[in-house]
Design a binder for this molecule. Sequence first.
Ligand SMILES: Cc1ncc(COP(=O)(O)O)c(C=O)c1O
Length: 371
Amino acid sequence: MKIPLFKVNMPKNISVDEILHSGFIGQGQYVDDFEIKFANHFNLEIDKVVSVNSCTSAIQLALELENISQGDDIVTTPYTCLATNTDIIRRGANIVWYDVDKITGLSRLENIEKVITRNTKVIIITHISGAITEDLEKILAFCHQKGIKVIEDAAQSLGAKLNNEYININSDYIAFSFQAIKHLTTIDGGILYCGDYEKANEGKLLRWFGFDRVISSDFRCAQDVKRLGMKIHMTDINAFIGIESLKTVDDIINAHIKNAKLYEQLLPIVDGITISHKIKSGSSFWVYPILVEKNRDGLKKYLEENGVYSSLVQNRLDGMTCFKSAFKLLPNLSYFMRRILHIPCGWWVSEEEVSYIVGIVREYIDKGCFS
Ligand SMILES: Cc1ncc(COP(=O)(O)O)c(C=O)c1O
C-alpha cells in the first residue's frame, strides 16, 4: 500500500485544444470568467479579485501595492513556505520574526504585539495546513488601529472558514495558490484578493507591465505607463482548468475535512500524539498536522516503511542563510518544530486508509519506539 501526502487533482475528460489553437492563449475571457466564478464560489467581491500566475506573485504584488522598500519592517512568520518571505529581502526591507503558537504553528496576536516596531508597515500571517488563526479578527483590528496592513497567505487554506465565513470583511490582502498539489489547481496560479477597490484596480494594472488591458484595444501602443508593473498575469489555459476544477472543489475540500474528522475520533486513544488543528478551527485540512511527543523522525520513517508518506511540509525559515540577519530566539517554534508531522488526509485517502494510518501510529508507540 502506498498513501501519498499530496496528489494532483486534475479535472477529467477536458480538452484545452480549442483554446490552444484559438490564436489567443494569454489573459483573456477565460481569466475574466475564472475570476467571476471563483469570487461567486467563495463569497468574494468580484471587483476585489486579481488573478495572477502564482501565490508567490500574489504576495509580491501585495508588497508592491504597499510600496514596501528599504527601511520598512515586515513582521512575519518563520513557519511558512519560502515564497511568503523572499520578496521582503529582495526589496531591501527588514524581516522581523514573531513566534508561533506552540500547538498549532499559527499566528497569535500576543506574539505579534511583542515584536512590532515603529517602522512596521505590513504583517504577514500564514493559514498553515489549512487553518485560519482564531486571532484573525483581533490581529486585523490591532494592525488597522496602528495603520499597518495585513497580508494573509492562504496558499494552503482554500475553503477554510472562520466563524463560518471564508474571509474576514476587514481583510486587506489574501493570497491564494492554485499550484499543482493544492485543493484546487490551475497547474500554477494564484489570486490576490484586495480589501480595497483602488488597490485591486492598481493590482490589475501592475500584473501586466502597468498597462490597462480593458480601456483600449491597442493597449501596448496607445498608453502611457505611470507605474512600472510586473508580468504575472494568469493565462486562459490555466483559467480554463480552474473553471473546470471549481465544479468539484467543494467535494474535494469536504473529503479532506471528512478524513480529518475521522482522525479526530481515532487519534485521541494514541498516547504521545497531540492533535494540532481541531475540526472546530474551520480548517480545510490541506494536510493533517499532529504533534509527536518523542522521536518524531522515527515515526516518520516507520510510516514510510509501511507505505504512508508524511512530512514537516516546511522547515523553519529563520535557520536559512538568506534570512540570517533576522535572527531571534523563538521558543514556541522550537517546541513545535521538534514535534510537527503532517499525515495524509486528502481526497484520495479512504476511511479504511485513515484507520490503517492510525493503526500504524499506534503500533509504533505500542512497540515502545517512543522511548
Ligand atoms: C504557505 C505558502 N505560501 C506560498 C506558497 C507559494 O504558492 P505558489 O506555488 O502558488 O506560488 C506556498 C506553496 O505551497 C505555500 O505553501
